[in-house]
Design a protein around this ligand. Structure first.
Ligand SMILES: CC/C=C\C/C=C\C/C=C\C/C=C\CC/C=C/C(=O)SCCNC(=O)CCNC(=O)[C@H](O)C(C)(C)COP(=O)(O)OP(=O)(O)OC[C@H]1O[C@@H](n2cnc3c(N)ncnc32)[C@H](O)[C@@H]1OP(=O)(O)O
Ligand code: FAD
Length: 654
């Protein structure tokens, strides 16, 4: 590729990076079009340019130097400033555009309206009837009110059926009475609930005539719309600092005999009539729709977090020189070491694979939503299984990749100047929120066991589990040589996933036959079942990557994606042993592969990952701006350590 086609080349950059960019075999803009989709890639460039022109939207100082209060204030200031410009910059109905704008301006550490857009609005869209939408959704979209999604409690997050918050219907007054009867029933964790929101969708166990009807969603006003003071019968606050996400005020909530009108229960699906008659929803789990929405969006979000970490470490690895391969020559860029390439490149391949899987899960969510609007509930189970598996596998592997990227930066990777600590903290939170990963794997496990049962009954499952019926096509890993083509890799992958799923199903059957209860038998098999779920999901990611690459028209881009696909399939299949060959092919394109993610310096917030590669001078600037450097001698030092040392000295002279 002639160098002028590489959009990332700029005058004045560190020559080490320019040298890398000149080696690119493809146009980074064209690969960005594949990674994001051409519309979003173009919009991200336009959004970045628009932000450049509005200084109030820029960071006032690096986030790691801020206290928690300053972070919360900075996020609030930017949200307010953005509210004046946002409709000029993005199409608000486009989630991914809006998310890109938020990440570029506010960053990944949280903001006062995260949950408002991620869950409050989607819950209203999915669960409120038309009249309720007119009352709350329009106001929420206009941001007249800010809401959150309050489900998790101090004592229960995973097991929703055991939520202790109650909503008891009072027929006389046509009201629900909401209560947090115990300490463990306090709502705990909801994002932005502590200080920012004035409304919440509270998930509570519905009780009518002493009958427990399971978790349902209720609209609760938390704070006065004018004074923002807490409403009566409500106690609310922030839960304190967390491993990451410290710009967000995750909160607690206690409800004490709070009365709300009957129509504050979201009634698109389940309904409670004035006389207390209860009408069941058409599908029992429609009340969980906001969670499925977020899970389907988390995959692209985690691909992006992994991309942040890898572009920082790949660029830095081409700046950092340390040691020799040939002692007669200069010190080499650390990227030249095979171990460094093996540490980073499989994760670069995964970032692409995850982004493609995420685009697919969002597409599937939209298809399910439209089909549900037409009254069809058939796609719900498939989507739940797919998103449960993807959410769990991608958040976990992205976390591993981010940590490898941090280690690849050596000591400087541990400084917050690299921003790796925050990226990791935010990434691994995804293993927990929206359903703890090992629990979500079990949800997919249930679906796989059902598919095995139908195969055993002679039926042919369709869609993502169709391969479970192809037991005749047995191939072993030993048959799978890297250059035989990708179809062979996929068949080997299918074989391994199928074998594990059948093994888990047989084991479950054995325990059930031995007289154990269904639940006990299930618990005895969950390790095997989760392995099956993991393999099934990794197979989906690999197949999707494979099919996606076949669609690419630009030959240079297709070739580099095929290199990544080859590496991905080999890495996933035979672990590390066979991919030294691929690493050699990826090496010349390493920087351009990460440049294609088009992450701006503003978005990165990393000194190590700077696009221009001027790392060391900026590390020094960063160190000088530390609060601790504002005084030559810290007041705390004068107060404690200096007297201690002076005293010790005095003692020794005696
Ligand atoms: C605009 C931007 C959009 C998105 C943002 C993008 C990215 C995110 C960015 C930032 C995020 C920032 C902050 C994060 C905020 C976090 C919020 C939260 O965490 S909210 C709380 C989330 N809580 C959970 O996820 C709880 C997990 N627990 C459960 O989901 C359930 O309890 C569990 C599924 C584990 C069990 O439920 P239960 O009712 O007991 O069912 P059971 O296991 O018995 O299964 C019965 C039957 O139901 C099926 N099923 C279960 N769930 C669903 C579902 N959701 N949909 C469809 N079907 C479901 C289950 O498979 C089973 O079916 P079968 O009987 O086997 O057929
Ligand atoms: C950053 C962040 C933001 C959040 N935001 C929100 C929010 O906005 N709104 C909200 O309502 N909640 C929110 N949460 C809460 C989150 O959804 C829950 O923490 C999550 O669903 C996990 O539930 P838990 O904490 O009860 O974990 P637990 O269920 O207590 O998990 C502990 C361990 O038990 C295991 N375990 C539990 N059940 C089973 C089982 N059945 N089988 C096998 N193993 C099991 C788990 O695998 C895990 O290892 C947030 C959490 C975080 C970290």
């Amino acid at each position: 590729m002639s160098a002028h086609l590489n959009a990332a080349l700029r005058e004045g950059d560190n020559p080490e990076l320019t040298e890398e960019r000149r080696k690119a075999t493809f146009d980074t803009r064209k690969l960005a079009d594949e990674f994001f989709g051409s519309h979003l890639a173009r919009r991200r460039r336009e959004i970045a340019k628009a932000i450049d022109a509005i200084p109030e939207l820029h960071d006032t100082k690096p986030l790691p130097f801020m206290t928690r209060e300053e972070k919360v204030e900075e996020a609030a200031r930017k949200v307010f400033t953005l509210s004046k410009h946002i409709t000029d910059i993005v199409d608000l109905s486009n989630n991914r555009e809006t998310q890109s704008l938020n990440e570029m301006v506010i960053g990944i550490e949280g903001m006062p309206i995260s949950l408002h857009f991620a869950m409050f609005i989607p819950a209203l869209q999915g669960q409120a009837d038309d009249e309720q939408k007119r009352e709350w959704l329009d106001r929420a979209i206009r941001m007249e009110i800010i809401g959150t999604y309050a489900q998790t409690e101090l004592g229960h997050g995973t097991n929703l059926r055991m939520l202790e918050t109650t909503a008891t219907y009072d027929k006389q007054n046509k009201e629900f009475i909401l209560n947090s009867p115990t300490l463990t029933s306090l709502k705990w964790w909801p994002g932005n609930m502590g200080k920012s929101c004035n409304y919440a969708i509270v998930v509570a166990n519905l009780i009518i005539d002493d009958k427990l009807l399971g978790p349902h969603s209720f609209m609760v006003q938390l704070r006065d719309e004018n004074s923002h003071e807490t409403m009566p019968n409500i106690q609310i606050g922030d839960i304190g600092p967390k491993m990451a996400y410290n710009s967000s005020d995750n909160g607690f909530l206690k409800l004490s005999n709070l009365r709300i009108p009957r129509r504050n229960m979201l009634m698109k699906h389940a309904k409670v009539q004035e006389d207390g008659t209860y009408k069941k929803p058409p599908h029992e789990k429609l009340a969980y729709s906001a969670m499925v929405h977020v899970r389907s969006h988390m995959i692209t979000q985690h691909a992006m977090l992994l991309a942040y970490a890898l572009s920082i470490s790949t660029r830095y690895s081409c700046i950092r020189r340390q040691g020799y391969i040939d002692p007669k020559k200069d010190e080499v860029k650390v990227i030249e070491y095979q171990t460094q390439q093996h540490r980073l490149f499989p994760h670069i391949a995964r970032a692409y694979a995850f982004a493609f899987a995420g685009t697919e899960s969002i597409r599937k969510f939209e298809i399910m939503k439209r089909s549900l609007e037409a009254g069809n509930i058939e796609l719900i189970a498939d989507l739940h299984a797919l998103t449960s598996g993807l959410k769990a596998v991608v958040t976990y592997l992205a976390g591993q990749g981010i940590e490898q990227a941090r280690q690849a930066c050596g000591g400087h990777g541990y400084s917050m100047a690299s921003y790796m600590g925050e990226i990791y903290g935010v990434g691994i939170a995804g293993c927990t929120y929206e359903g703890e990963n090992l629990v979500m794997m079990q949800q997919l496990g249930r679906y796989l066991i059902k598919a095995v049962k139908s195969v055993k009954e002679g039926k042919k499952p369709t869609g993502y589990v169709a391969y479970l019926a192809h037991a005749g096509q047995r191939h072993s890993l030993i048959d799978c040589r890297p250059n035989e083509g990708y179809a062979e890799h996929i068949r080997a992958f299918e074989h391994i996933a199928r074998r594990q799923t059948f093994r888990a199903a047989e084991r479950l059957q054995k325990y059930e036959n031995s007289g154990l209860s269904t639940e006990q038998a299930w618990n005895n098999c969950t390790v095997e079942l989760n392995r099956a779920s993991r393999l099934h999901t990794r197979l989906f990611i690999a197949c999707n990557f494979y099919e996606r690459v076949l669609d690419v028209e630009d030959m240079a881009v297709r070739e580099v994606l095929e290199d990544l696909l080859h590496l991905h399939l080999n890495y996933e299949l035979i672990d590390i042993a066979s991919y030294a060959l691929e690493a050699k092919k990826i090496r010349p394109n390493a920087v351009s592969l990460v440049d294609s993610w088009e992450i701006t310096d503003r978005e990165h917030r990393s000194v190590l990952g700077r696009r221009d590669g001027h790392v060391y001078e900026n590390l020094f600037k960063w160190a000088k701006s530390s609060d601790l450097n504002q005084n030559d001698v810290l007041p705390s030092h004068k107060k404690h350590l200096l007297p201690m040392m002076l005293n010790a000295r005095k003692q020794s002279k005696l």
